[in-house]
Design a protein around this ligand. Structure first.
Ligand code: TPP
Ligand code: NAG
Ligand code: NAG
Ligand code: MG
Length: 963
């Protein structure tokens, strides 16, 4: 009996790291010496009681050893099915290994071999023997013992038919037991006639929809679902079941494959709205440049027929870039949960659809999975559905991934994976029910892998036989799943052939009628394709409620109040670090002197918006403290583990909540998430801060595909803020440049046209790019972001050395009522006394301003050179820059930047400065020369470069000839 625990030990090697850390800290708090504080985590399960008959242990019978061995063998066999049964399940509708194409994973497992009994030391004669079943199986139902023959039979039924369950890696006994019960219990997979008829009806819609499109528009790309028609009933089952469990809002993200079908038959987008897109009737008067039909999103609220409850379904618009929408969906889901107080994900949930190739290949899938259990990012379980058609464009799985399944990535979060043969619609429905229940029970992710095929090429125009000849020979012989299922139900007597044919005719008629309507009028309006309406935010015509610039200043007493909060600890008996005490004292001194540094300016903006009822969410790597240790929005008690305090949440009794959260070490996933969060509501300031600005490029897809063109593609505004630390501080090629040139290059403002009026300019642009040189201006731009009557993404190049620069402070006077964000900060020094004597205007932005003014002072040029800061680069403040160029009619114009010439701001600013002066005056450049890297790795070289370009900027003889 001593051997009996071994299987369990293997199964439950859950060294629960988090728990172990908790114990460590608990003990440390009670004064245990560090070494003694560690305690290995408790074992998860005790040995299962008495699964070998008690009587066996008493007598010393001669065959006792054989009996024990046989019982153990049976345990092992059961376990082998649980662990590896999915390898021999009949998952592939094409049965491609039979077609001789793909041998699949090597039959490494013993249950796949013919002499499995022999492997376990059993033989045919044992098949009739009755064995007591362990507590880790449910195949017996109410029986506690079965014959070996029955045991094997039931295991084959549970694990080796159309469903392959991968779950034994899950390190939680309760969850494993739950799954075993769902799949092993005898007779679980039975459906009523009613359920089967519903299923058939859904298959009819799914199949006939594609056929209809094919008939009408045979030469249009639609990325049809043929070969995976069970996707539609799969999703509908998940939605029905979730609605039954209390969910009333579902947010979905999906790729191209079957998207129109999902819109029509799952979300129930009006068919005429879909069909009219095929005739490209998008009116010229419609806003935006639009997008292709298989990218648009939508939002629909309706009654779920099965549960009779209201449910809101939205499908997020997405770009071609596969899987990029995953984190966006999660962020939006999190936001909706947050706004309706759904702290456990009981009302709002997400469903993500994936293609097999993309799911395995795209790293953002992994990043998104790793957000799934983090407190500030969890959506309490996502249901993933993979359309596993065993091909990605022209590449088959042997070249597309290194794992036997495309779903292995889900294992990192211990999500169960249900593989299912999509040609067995009832099995699909069963696993979808279980998946929805799993999510409702454990609030963890789960994956449904629909193993199917793709009947056509990648799109309907594509020839698959060039590259997959054998696979497609097989597919051509494949009977459609609807036909197969209908035949089966007719044979079972669930429906008659006549009823079935009527069903088809009815749906075809619905399609025909919708098609006729879609031709009638110009019914397509982009407004029907919004995935996130913001009720109440706009006028009825979709225009902003006002077009005036908001007042962003604050009364003195409010500044003082927020300043006091920022410099104190609101909780009793809370010991903060000595260094932090000094920082807070420093803040208190600033409050006394009526000034702000960068961190305090940010505090003032956040604090006041919170007080006014705007939720703020700041997310990114190490944002709670701040990469540069300047922010400290979360205070940590030095004596008690996990005791923290966020003073920002103690500003006023009815304030909005402040969320500040350190993210996982991801940019693509996290930025996408925050973008999604910002999509849910216009009444929140959502900020993502990069550790250093240059790291934004691992999230480039979110910036290029969503943030920059989002509004014009999808008529959807978004007010997300990117905080990107930027500045040449001699720290080497990385950590220096946030690559402003890239953001500027994507601005839609015309360099050659002098625009009419500034607020309109803001409204028309695709995003706003600022580089503030003072805390007050940073304060104003953050407040403007919420107080302006529309939403635009805001890119802020934030400083590093300026965080502590003694001159980079702002007086309260610059933040009082009547003050506002300054797009341009003119030189207010001695130059204004005799402007006509000024020889040069040096335009610049950001930190280099302080270097320029110091150098000017050193050279005694305060009367001859004006230094003007452009704080809002895009949209370019033509009007205010013109005031400056007019003010100094005899000055030459210089753009000075610390970045290299092919980088930074020069290429963007130069044509706009020229337009401002109507090309009547040359525009000169002072800055580093062109370079491949953003900065030198050599500190000495850095300083030489700095000295050189400052000299150029201030040397009045530097420029001659054409610029
Ligand atoms: C990030 C990205 N890379 C490349 C592509 C081009 N592309 C479009 S569909 C496709 C194949 C996708 O295969 P799979 O994920 O299996 O989905 P399926 O089309 O088979 O449903 C590729 C490579 C893309 N859309 N996005
Ligand atoms: C569903 O919502 C509509 C309007 O939003 C409401 O009139 C109706 O009573 C709701 N039905 C149920 C069953 O909650
Ligand atoms: C700009 O210059 C052109 C000729 O170079 C002139 O025709 C035009 O009127 C000028 N525009 C303004 C606004 O000064
Ligand atoms: Mg595929």
């Amino acid at each position: 009996v001593y051997v009996c625990v071994c299987h369990y030990v293997y199964m439950c090697v859950c060294v629960c790291v988090l728990q172990s850390w908790d114990i460590f800290f608990r003990n440390a708090n009670f004064g245990a010496p560090p070494g003694a504080a560690y305690q290995s985590p408790p074992p998860l399960v005790a040995p299962a009681p008495g699964f070998v008959d008690d009587q066996l242990m008493g007598g010393a019978q001669p065959n006792l050893e054989k009996l024990v061995e046989d019982h153990l063998a049976v345990q092992s066999l059961i376990r082998a099915y649980q662990v590896r049964g999915h390898h021999i399940a009949k998952l592939d509708p094409l049965n491609i290994s039979v077609a001789g194409i793909d041998p699949g994973p090597p039959p490494s497992d013993i249950i796949t071999t013919n002499d499995k009994l022999a492997f376990y030391g059993l033989d045919e004669s044992d098949l009739g023997k009755v064995f007591r079943l362990p507590t880790t199986t449910f195949i017996g139902g109410s029986e506690s013992a079965l014959s070996l023959h029955q045991i094997i039979h039931r295991l084959e039924m549970a694990y080796c038919q159309s469903i392959g369950v991968e779950f034994m890696f899950i390190n939680d006994l309760e969850q494993c037991q739950w799954i075993r019960q769902k799949f092993e219990s005898p007779g679980v997979m039975q459906f009523t006639f009613e359920e089967k008829r519903t299923l058939l009806a859904r298959m009819v819609r799914s199949t006939r929809f594609e056929e209809f499109l094919q008939r009408k528009w045979s030469s249009e790309k639609r990325f049809g679902l043929e070969g995976c028609e069970s996707l539609i009933p799969a999703l509908k089952t998940i939605i029905d079941k979730s609605s039954m469990n209390g969910v009333d809002s579902i947010i979905m993200g999906m790729p191209h494959r079957g998207r129109l079908n999902v819109l029509a038959n799952v979300i129930r987008k009006e068919l005429d709205q879909i069909f009219c897109q095929f005739d490209s009737k998008l009116e010229a008067a419609d806003e935006g440049s639009g997008d292709v039909k298989y990218h648009l999103g939508m939002w629909h609220r309706r009654i779920n027929r099965v549960t009779d409850r209201n449910i809101t379904l939205s499908l997020m618009a997405n770009p071609s870039h596969l899987e990029a929408v995953d984190p966006v969906v999660q962020g939006k889901t999190k936001a909706e949960q947050f706004y309706c107080g759904d702290t456990e994900g009981k009302r709002v949930m997400s469903i993500l659809l994936h293609g097999d190739a993309a799911f395995a290949g795209q790293g953002v899938v992994y990043e998104t999975f790793h957000l799934s259990n983090l407190p500030s990012y969890t959506t309490h379980g996502t249901i993933h559905v993979v359309v596993n058609n065993q091909i990605g464009f022209t590449t088959d799985p042997r070249m597309a991934r290194s794992s036997s399944y495309p779903t292995d990535v889900a294992k990192v979060v211990n999500a169960p994976i249900f593989h299912v043969n999509a040609d067995d619609p009832e099995a699909v429905m069963y696993v979808c029910n279980v998946a929805a229940e799993w999510r409702a029970t454990f609030h963890k992710d789960v994956v449904v892998d629909l193993v199917c095929y793709r009947r056509n090429g990648h799109n309907e125009m594509d020839e698959p036989m060039f590259t997959q000849p054998l696979m497609y020979k097989q597919i051509k012989q494949q009977k459609g799943v609807l036909q197969k299922y209908a035949d089966r139900l007719i044979e079972e007597g669930v429906v008659s052939r006549q009823e079935y044919e009527e069903d088809i005719a009815n749906y075809d008629k619905i399609c025909e009628e919708a098609h006729a309507r879609s031709k009638d009028e110009k019914i397509l309006h982009i407004k029907h394709w919004l995935d996130s309406p913001w009720p109440g935010f706009f006028n009825l015509d979709g225009q902003p409620k006002t077009m005036s610039s908001p007042s962003t200043g604050l009364p003195e007493e409010e500044l003082r109040h927020i300043g006091n909060i920022a410099s104190s600890v609101p909780l009793e008996d809370f010991t903060i670090h000595g260094g932090l005490s000094r920082i807070l004292k420093g803040r208190a001194a600033m409050v006394d002197q009526r000034v702000c540094d960068w961190a305090l300016g940010e505090y003032m903006a956040f604090g006041s918006l919170l007080k006014e009822g705007t939720h703020i969410r700041l997310s990114g790597q190490d944002v709670e403290r701040g990469t540069f240790s300047h922010r400290h929005h979360v205070l940590h008690d030095q004596n008690v583990d996990k005791r923290t305090c966020i003073p920002m949440n103690h500003i006023a009794p009815n304030q909005a909540p402040y969320t500040v959260c350190n993210s996982s070490l991801s940019e693509y996933g996290v930025l996408g998430f925050e973008l999604g969060f910002a999509m849910a509501s216009p009444n929140a300031l959502v900020l993502w801060e990069a550790q250093f600005g240059d790291f934004h490029n691992t999230a480039q897809c979110i910036i290029d595909q969503f943030i920059s063109p989002g509004q014009t593609k999808w008529v959807r505004q978004n007010g997300i803020v990117l905080l990107l630390p930027h500045g040449m501080e001699g720290m080497g090629p990385e950590h220096s440049s946030a690559r402003p040139e890239r953001f500027l290059q994507m601005c839609n403002d015309d360099p050659d046209t002098f625009p009419e009026f500034a607020v309109r300019q803001l409204y028309d642009c695709n995003w706003i790019i600022v580089s503030c040189s003072t805390p007050a201006n940073y304060f104003h731009v953050l407040r403007r972001q919420i107080l302006q009557p529309f939403r635009k993404p805001l890119i802020v190049l934030t400083p590093k050395s300026l965080l502590r620069h003694p001159e980079a402070k702002s007086s309260y006077d610059d933040m009082l009522p009547g003050t506002h964000f300054q797009r341009v900060i003119p030189d207010s020094g001695p130059v204004s006394e005799k402007p006509e004597e000024v020889k040069r205007i040096v335009f610049c932005t950001g930190k280099v301003y302080y270097e320029l003014t110091r150098e000017r002072r050193n050279r005694g040029m305060d009367y001859t050179v004006a230094i003007t800061r452009i704080e809002q680069l895009s949209p370019f403040p033509f009007d205010q820059v013109k005031v400056e160029t007019d003010r100094y009619p005899n000055a030459d114009l210089v753009w000075c930047q610390e970045e290299h010439k092919n980088q930074g701001f020069y290429d963007y600013v130069k044509p706009r400065l020229r337009t401002t002066v109507n090309s009547t005056r040359p525009v000169w450049y002072a800055g580093r020369g062109p370079a491949a890297a953003p900065a030198t790795g050599n500190k000495a070289a850095h300083l030489v470069e700095l000295k050189r370009f400052l000299d150029t900027a201030l040397n009045l003889d530097a420029f001659t000839g054409p610029s």
